[in-house]
Design a protein around this ligand. Sequence first.
Ligand SMILES: Cc1cc2nc3c(=O)[nH]c(=O)nc-3n(C[C@H](O)[C@H](O)[C@H](O)COP(=O)(O)OP(=O)(O)OC[C@H]3O[C@@H](n4cnc5c(N)ncnc54)[C@H](O)[C@@H]3O)c2cc1C
Length: 390
Amino acid sequence: MQKVDIAIVGGGIVGLSLASALTQTELSVAVINDGNITRTVAEQMELRVSAINQSHIDAFNTVGVWQHVPADRRCEFTRMHVWDKDSFGEISFDCNDTHRPALGSIIENQVFINGLAEYLQTQSQVHIVNAKISKVLAGQQETMLMLDNDEDFACKLLVGADGANSFVRKQCQFPMTFHDYGQLALVANVRTQQSHGFTARQVFTPTGPLALLPTFDEHVCSIVWSQDTENAEQLLQLNKADFSNQLTAASDSALGLLQVEGDIAHFPLIMQCARTWARDGAVIIGDAAHTIHPLAGQGANLGIEDAFSLAKTIETLQRTGKDYSRLRYLRPFERERKTQATKMIAAMSGFQSLFSGNDPIKKFIRGTGLVMTDRLSFIKQQWMAEASSF
Ligand SMILES: Cc1cc2nc3c(=O)[nH]c(=O)nc-3n(C[C@H](O)[C@H](O)[C@H](O)COP(=O)(O)OP(=O)(O)OC[C@H]3O[C@@H](n4cnc5c(N)ncnc54)[C@H](O)[C@@H]3O)c2cc1C
């Protein structure tokens, strides 16, 4: 049996972010993932991308991770433009307002994961294991992990970063709250007639929001089109030309004609939030603890923030001679992160409800609200500070 201080189950963006933050300590870490973490990406854009906030990029830069993420596969975006299709409301954000070079970076999930893994391979205290965890046995001082490759581990602290269907969460019997948004997210890459101009765009339509995220190719955007399930299923029946026409219309032709390239993927949108995140010897983070609506593109950012906050908690407890695996010391972490996740979930639900449907009062509120917020620079600054701190 191998012994490590921290065993992280899940080598997605969140698990690897935690492992990279822990390289600033002297603790030994195992990252256990069911399958190869890295894979070679094709020349064409991958389907799954994330908008990573600038404050997180700054933190990854400090650790030495961002240098492993190829510059020609990411898109630093400098503006955001959000508008309501059915009212006069619109709002824009510019990086100059934040005195930073960009608002964030749009990056393919696999490219980011490859960069994180490449950095971790240079760190001798981190051991990456390709196996599925099959059993968790909680002891007094240690937690035992049985893996399907017969390699077993004992750790002081087990971290479940194993995604929305988290095995660790189920083993720990952490209860969950669910809400089905009744929508599917349609994800595709589209060629745009006009340059995206390094601007992230989002339009709210009565049947759901459409995000157009700029990519490393100035004429390709990654779209996330959240639609009520019935509409989404009808859209998925269309051929690519008809789907592209519907998409162009939904985007108000903001980038001219749009043409889908490659496959269209779809994901059911479900909110989940664990009511308990920690117990003696175990804690969950990222999608294992919460999944949110992608309309603000904050799911991975929320998980990265969990990872950074947990690494900081562990480092402080270790430095002050406290046992970082005990629930009583993990409680403040749990409280703080649960509050942030709950705030974000409530904000997403509020936005989703305000921006859906044709109710004239809602239309008036969102039109006036967006215009006022756009004009009142102090409120806008507050919004931006709040969004970039996740
Ligand atoms: C359509 C869509 C668009 C999105 N866009 C954005 C965006 O723009 N910005 C943003 O911040 N977020 C976005 N998100 C959310 C974001 O993709 C997720 O929040 C994030 O990828 C979750 O990362 P994770 O590491 O927690 O989980 P995952 O990515 O699910 O990783 C979990 C890992 O654990 C491994 N694993 C699972 N079970 C086991 C086991 N038993 N043993 C060993 N390993 C195991 C899996 O193989 C996987 O590698 C979007 C989500 C959707 C659906």
